[in-house]
Design a protein around this ligand. Structure first.
Ligand code: SF4
Length: 474
């Protein structure tokens, strides 16, 4: 499909709106109206307009005048016009209205800090951004949780370590993840490089209070027991162990009692064992290479090793999954009683195998996704959990959201730090993205590590050099 911009150049904003209505399509900028679908988005003075053409014929239009001339307001009216014009033809319910950003709850926090009261926020988001009352309440509930955690974390930092290896690659995966089958012989060298990077930031870390430490991936428990032990000892030496220390043990097929004991001995306070679904047919289909029985076994071993905060990730909208499958997954989790559950809705990412084979699956539509989210929400509420962090991605089934639910007191500080961006996060390892937050000027500086494992190992000195700004901050 095509889009034409006149009088402005907010490409990303217009494409994001098109993605709400025509997910997984190809969006091409054009000078002229084309065969097929063309959206014309224009701005004249402070008046935005949008016209939707199908095969050259005008099918719908909408215009709106901005209430001011600031960039945010102009982008809002452009998005609103585009959404309302397209929706005259598509007629799709928009639970999130025209909000397309990653962090909806952060918008509420920002509005609070600008002095808006919660009632005024309700008015703005329902009237100006067309957010549904249900999603608005979710935003506010999450923002309240995040606010408390952010306030406690002022002046502190968090640390992320990436272990980009997995047993196999899942169908929907878009992360930096290398199948162990091919990369087994590089893991030790990777840990060597990681230790060098830890050492290089150690002075900076020792001068700051670390509030949370998170080892993600990939699947950190893909490491052998010996490798895991070596990594954790290096962390103790160069970083130190904060009260909140999460290790993802995402793939149940990588979990052993010994690894879980090693994690516990090194004061890991939170682990995540992720079934994604409790249906074996789906697990096979999405290339997880483990069974539901292995998940239950891994969970039981974790309790046996003394882990008292276990998170479980699930994904709604997986191919062929409908109400029965999601109910079965939620029932299984309810029986296990984890401390937190992260409910994702499937996102079809460009870098995933799913994107290449999408047409062969019958994917969930908006109405089904809404029902699946309701089922998951009913169970998490029944389990006494509250929503404490949330994010959205592009190309999510039905344009919904990912929500972290937890029992009171089991909020993961690191997850909130990522969402609210009020705390510096030092990220180590391949694909690591460090954020240095300068709260006095409200500026964020980002430092990226290379994504490839091979490059990370061979260019580790350059990765250390990229973080030299941390030394300047000492
Ligand atoms: S376990 Fe996670 S990181 Fe690994 S392949 Fe699957 S989705 Fe990707």
């Amino acid at each position: 499909m095509y889009y034409i911009l006149k009088g402005h150049n907010f490409i990303d904003d217009i494409v994001s709106i098109l993605m709400l209505f025509y997910p997984n399509d190809k969006y091409t900028q054009s000078e002229d109206i084309q065969d097929g679908i063309t959206l014309l988005s224009g701005l004249e003075g402070s008046t935005a307009y949008a016209r939707l053409y199908i095969d050259g014929e005008l099918k719908a239009e909408h215009s709106e005048t901005a209430e001011g001339s600031d960039r945010r307001e102009i982008k809002r009216v452009l998005g609103l016009c585009a959404a309302l014009a397209v929706n005259k033809v598509r007629n799709i319910p928009l639970a999130w209205g025209i909000l397309t950003g990653v962090r909806p709850a952060k918008l509420v926090s920002e509005a609070w800090s600008e002095g808006l009261g919660t009632d005024e926020i309700r008015r703005v988001f329902t009237q100006k951004y067309l957010v549904s009352p249900e999603k608005l309440e979710l935003m506010i509930r999450v923002a309240e949780q995040e606010k408390r955690i952010v306030e406690n974390g002022i002046g502190k930092i968090s640390v992320y370590i990436g272990i980009p290896f997995c047993p196999t690659r899942c169908l929907y995966c878009s992360f930096t993840s290398y199948p162990l089958e091919r990369y087994q012989n590089r893991v030790d060298e990777y840990i060597d490089a990681l230790i060098k990077e830890m050492e290089s930031v150690s002075a900076y870390l020792s001068k700051n209070e670390i509030e949370s430490l998170y080892i993600g991936g990939g699947t950190p428990t893909s490491l052998t027991e010996k490798q895991l032990e070596r990594l954790l000892c290096a962390i103790e030496k160069y970083i130190g162990i904060p009260a909140e220390f999460t290790v993802e043990a995402g793939r149940p097929d990588t979990v052993t009692l010994e690894k879980l004991r090693i994690l516990k001995e090194h004061n890991v306070s939170r682990i995540s064992i992720n079934p994604q679904t409790l249906n074996d047919d789906t697990l096979r289909l999405i290339g997880r290479a483990h069974t539901t029985a292995q998940f239950f076994e891994a969970f039981e071993l974790a309790r046996k090793a003394g882990h008292d905060h276990i998170n479980t990730d699930i994904i709604l909208g997986l191919p062929k999954e409908r109400e029965n499958e999601v109910t079965r997954t939620m029932q299984g989790l309810e029986e296990l009683s984890p401390e937190s559950i992260t409910v994702h809705t499937l996102a079809v990412k460009r870098a995933s195998r799913l994107k290449e084979t999408l047409e062969s699956y019958d994917m969930a539509d908006y109405a089904l996704m809404e029902r699946l989210l309701n089922i998951a929400g009913e169970y998490t509420e029944k389990m006494g959990m509250l929503p404490y962090y949330m994010y959205r991605q592009k190309n999510m089934a039905g344009n919904f959201e990912n929500v972290g639910w937890c029992r009171e007191g089991c909020q993961c500080i690191y997850n909130v730090a990522i969402m609210e961006e009020k705390q510096s996060i030092i990220a180590l390892g391949a694909g690591g993205s460090t954020k240095i937050v300068y709260s006095d000027t409200n500026r964020i500086e980002r430092i990226f590590n290379v994504k490839s494992v091979d490059d990370y190992i061979s260019r580790i000195d350059e990765m250390k050099e990229r973080k030299k700004v941390l030394k300047d901050l000492l």
